[in-house]
Design a protein around this ligand. Sequence first.
Ligand code: NAD
Length: 438
Amino acid sequence: MEVKEATGRLGVLLPGLGAVATTLIAGVEAVKKGIAQPIGSITQMGNIHLNRKSGNNYPKIKEFVPLANLGDIVFGGWDVYEDNVYVAASRAKVLEQHTLDALRPELEALKPMKAVFDKSYIKNLDGTHVKEGANKMVLAEMLMEDIAKFQDTRGCDRLVIVWCGSTEKYIEPSEVHATLAAFEKGLRESDPRIAPSMIYAYAAVRMGIPFLNGAPNLTVDIPAIVELAKKTETPIGGKDFKTGQTLMKTILAPGLQARALGVKGWFSTNILGNRDGYVLDDPDNFRTKEVSKLSVLEDILRPDLSPELYNELYHKIRINYYPPHGDNKESWDNIDIFGWLGYSMQIKINFLCRDSILAAPLVLDLALFGDFAKRAGLSGIQEWLSFYFKSPQTAPGQRAEHDIFKQLTVLQNTLRKLMGEELVNPEGLTYAEEEITA
Ligand SMILES: NC(=O)c1ccc[n+]([C@@H]2O[C@H](COP(=O)([O-])OP(=O)(O)OC[C@H]3O[C@@H](n4cnc5c(N)ncnc54)[C@H](O)[C@@H]3O)[C@@H](O)[C@H]2O)c1
């Protein structure tokens, strides 16, 4: 398989220039200026083990795989509020003001394009920087014009889109999402079951631009967009960035399961006070997030295989809007486990995290890997990027993999395979024998 080189500029377009997106943009600008490090991004800081007999067996991923350089990234985006990125980042209060001030000219220059928005999908937002069009197909065409204009004026060779917009209300896939023909008819008729995020996804995928979804909305996780992605040979992926509490869950649960320890209950609660928290304060929007977060434990613990350990599992998740905490989400987990002869134990986690600090490097990696996937000729659902998502999109009928360590192995083996390297054999014995005979 030949992977095309990452020559020229990469345009990274972000629908939703809120806390996560502005933290990413300011972060990349700070790294470019040499005033900060891209911590948490495995494309920038991670290494990969290669099964080579000689030479560097642990190169940096960015040295092993042809990824776009940060210096070649050009950002753009849409929002329902007119604030430029400097103002939006200052409002979000994730990064310290002196850091933003050091980057002010670059951030101020970045102004959002008018959004495709529908208040019925997000009741708690009231922005007016919004496109108007005769129907949803017209709105999709307006987005395609935005994208083409951006590419032209900013001199981008390639583009990638990562949805960083708010969580939309909960909807289930229905017949309008079932085929491309039904979806396009639905766009022309402004079917209310087509969410704004799906209109962005349609516009991008029709143009062959990779689209990754950081929110729990369906967006690209509908047969119509999967069909379009195959037709236009476009990589897609989602959904919901895996940060904070779910990150901890998918680190800890595989360990408990590996040691055949039982789990009776897992109660998770959060407080957060950013705009994301405000949007999730609406029960329809919270439901979308709840469904995304709930799938994780069952898939890792597999009560179907070990009913004696996990059949009783009670999993409860709460998110509470609490303005004083801003973006500094605090989460508590109470985990009731049991061990030898059924004796019970408890684990408590109190994670004082920073939501957007955890999410920003994921957006960067998804943008770079999405672009890489396109250059490698991959298309459709990119399951190898499940590592980044709370609720990974899979082919129909496939189980999602949630175990973060297995997800990492899949990601790294995909990179090895695409780069023509041997897959790393997980059999310890084979390694030991090779060492001895070498
Ligand atoms: N921060 C995290 O750790 C994390 C983790 C997982 C998922 N997410 C998801 O990422 C998304 C962004 O999070 P955030 O903290 O930046 O939220 P935020 O509220 O700060 O930013 C979202 C932005 O999207 C804009 N927006 C909403 N609908 C839009 C539309 N149709 N078109 C263009 N812009 C639109 C809003 O105006 C807002 O500025 C949310 O969906 C959130 O649930 C965040």
